[in-house]
Design a protein around this ligand. Structure first.
Ligand SMILES: [Zn+2]
Length: 630
């Protein structure tokens, strides 16, 4: 019984039965005893809390010590969560060195608690380690049964909180380290406070919340900060990271005297995740590097010199996340202008393709895409040379494309058609968030390749291109494993199956409507998959959700079985049910040909023929659908 209910029980009795004086005396007594009782209850409660606290701490210590051992069965007995088990089994099987890290009880109720747990497996670059540790380090819900506390569930750190702005100060010391001062504007809407991912090697020097010190815990690549629920708070974090110079492991980050880089996956600045809708923020970046080096951020930038220091100021044009930084002693910086776009090349003199050819190709691709879909989102397109690891077009990061020591072919028809460079340019048209992010990014850019290829080699190449994408899908072993909806890690499925979904949509809407859909979607300012579905339905005049949901959410592609009888085709879907139109070309026994369309939407459907008897048929004669036949 707490104090409130104690008074509620006694008060009606007091007012009904006694005189004023009696009431006063009695009330005093009651107050006195209730005070005693509440002190007693508080003490009992404190003991209970302390007991719960000790038992919970014991459970956490048990998990931490199991983590350090090499006993998968033992670990799984005390940690029932699949994600944690998978991480542990992976580390044990790969014989990686492990260490449990900081932990913290964030909230303790009677039968449940929220706990920060961390653990690391060490195997190389700290960025990759941070990325892997994400499978283990997190904020977990514990539940109490008797004296035992068990970990039950994991909380998504970004489910309610938001990062709105980064004001980043970055000092780059080539071959050595970075010093970072990040001032974040954040909205805290979740009870647990605020948590962010950051490279686990970061040495924190200062952390202020609204200019005051606050409680925080940092371990396993996750930083938790004690904050109250409030929008528009300011979080200041100062730290240094000694950046690796490992000649054998240069992908995530590599610093030498001559050149170096940190990709976004190095987690050199804090954010939530690669597909969170809630950490797309405005960035203002102020970088310094010795004058002897050039530096390229992945954002539109300008530079100046003060003494021996080169200053680069960069600013995002629309909310984005996960910045990358590259520097090089031997670069030249060349700028060209195309419409509103600054086309800037950061590369050594001997970079190939030669800069004028690159610009010409950019210009041509830009014109083709602009004709179909209107202007891109930004006004900057950078090409940044990364001399650390081979040739080719490597990746796109915010507003730049990263090339190897040399770029590679810009567009080709053989052995398999690809418009690799154009693919990167096409990324400038979308900046999606949330589920199916990579479908709207990689699926889109791969689909755009088909348009660029046909503008150079003619329409017939489109068929070959999509057949090769089908082959990529089948060879990639995505079937049964990955859906476009949940491809948060960019497994590869979004390129092949994703581009096919765009291609099928183009057949259903027609080319003109497809362009309208993309142009509307790009201009809408809402690049979520829901917005994409809305725009598709709008231009097609019918509800496109059944089609898109079935293709985006399934981990498969349709497997069809077709049975022929004299006047009928029976079409059945063997596994997941998909929605799509399927064309047939039928040859009748009298020699006539018929074209039919079946709107596939269930397990089994019939195509009845009244015009004669079927001699033979061809399903999807123009290869407009991605499926396999049983
Ligand atoms: Zn891409």
């Amino acid at each position: 019984m707490d104090q409130a209910t104690f008074f509620e029980l006694w008060c009606p009795l007091l007012t009904n039965t006694f005189s004023d004086l009696q009431i006063k005396r009695f009330t005093m007594k009651i107050l006195f005893y209730s005070l005693l009782l509440s002190m007693f209850l508080m003490t009992v409660n404190c003991f209970a809390q302390a007991g719960a606290d000790i038992n919970l701490k014991r459970s956490i210590a048990l998990i931490d010590s199991a983590f350090q051992k090499e006993d998968i069965e033992g670990f799984n007995k005390i940690v029932p969560l699949k994600g944690m088990q998978e991480f542990y089994a992976y580390a044990v099987n790969k014989k990686l060195k492990k260490a449990s890290g900081a932990s913290k009880i964030i909230r303790l109720d009677k039968d449940s608690a929220w706990v920060f747990l961390s653990g690391m497996a060490f195997y190389g670059n700290s960025g990759d380690e941070t990325s892997l540790a994400d499978y283990y380090t997190g904020i977990y819900k514990f539940q109490r049964t008797g004296l035992l506390w068990e970990v039950k569930d994991r909380l998504n750190i970004d489910r309610l909180n938001q990062i709105k702005k980064h004001k980043l100060g970055l000092d780059v010391l080539p071959g050595k380290e970075i010093k970072v001062k990040d001032t974040l504007s954040i909205d805290v809407n979740d009870f647990f406070g605020f948590a962010l991912k950051l490279n686990h090697k970061a040495k924190l020097e200062k952390l202020l919340l609204n200019n005051a010190k606050t409680d925080f815990t940092f371990g396993g690549g996750l930083l938790w900060v004690n904050t109250r629920l409030k929008k528009k708070q300011q979080l200041i974090i100062h730290y240094t990271i000694e950046v690796e110079s490992d000649e054998k492991d240069k992908n995530s980050a590599y610093f030498s005297q001559a050149y170096g880089h940190m990709r976004n996956q190095y987690f050199w600045h804090p954010f939530f995740s690669f597909s969170s809708a809630n950490d797309r923020a405005d960035f203002n970046l102020y970088c310094t590097i010795p004058k002897s080096c050039h530096l390229a951020t992945s954002l539109p930038q300008r530079e100046s010199l003060i003494g021996d220091v080169r200053i680069i100021e960069a600013k995002s044009e629309h909310p984005t996340f996960g910045l990358s930084v590259y520097y090089d002693r031997d670069w030249e910086v060349s700028t060209f202008k195309k419409d509103q776009i600054d086309f800037v090349l950061y590369a050594t003199k001997d970079f190939l393709p030669e800069k004028k050819a690159l610009y010409a190709e950019f210009s041509k691709n830009y014109d083709t895409l602009e004709k179909h879909f209107g202007k891109p989102l930004g006004s900057y397109f950078g090409i940044v040379q990364d001399r650390s690891n081979g040739d080719g077009w490597k990746n796109r990061s915010n507003s730049v494309v990263v090339a190897g020591e040399k770029g590679s072919s810009l567009i080709r028809d053989k052995p398999t058609p690809r418009a690799t460079f154009g693919h990167e340019i096409a990324h400038g048209w979308t900046s999606p968030v949330g589920p199916a992010t990579n479908f709207l990014m990689e699926g889109w850019a791969t689909y755009a390749e088909s348009l660029l290829l046909s503008s150079v080699y003619g329409d017939s190449i489109v068929h070959t291109f999509f057949q090769s994408q089908k082959q990529n899908y089948l060879n990639g072993k995505f079937n049964g494993n990955k859906s476009l909806w949940e491809d948060y890690s960019n497994s590869g499925v979004s390129y092949s199956k994703g581009s096919w979904v765009f291609y099928m949509l183009e057949h259903q809407l027609g080319k003109k409507n497809m362009s309208a859909l993309m142009a509307n979607f790009i201009r809408s300012g809402d690049q979520s998959v829901q917005s994409f579905i809305r725009q598709s339905s709008r231009v097609s005049g019918k509800n496109m959700e059944p089609f898109l949901f079935s293709w985006l959410k399934s981990k498969e592609i349709p497997v069809l079985a077709i049975q022929q009888s004299a006047k009928q085709l029976k079409i059945s879907q063997q596994n997941d049910i998909f929605v799509f139109p399927l064309e047939f070309k039928l040859k009748l026994k009298d020699g006539a040909y018929l074209n039919k369309v079946v709107n596939i939407n269930s397990k089994e459907q019939l195509l009845n023929i009244t015009e004669g008897e079927i001699e033979s048929y061809s399903v999807d004669p123009e290869n407009k659908v991605l499926f396999t036949l049983k």
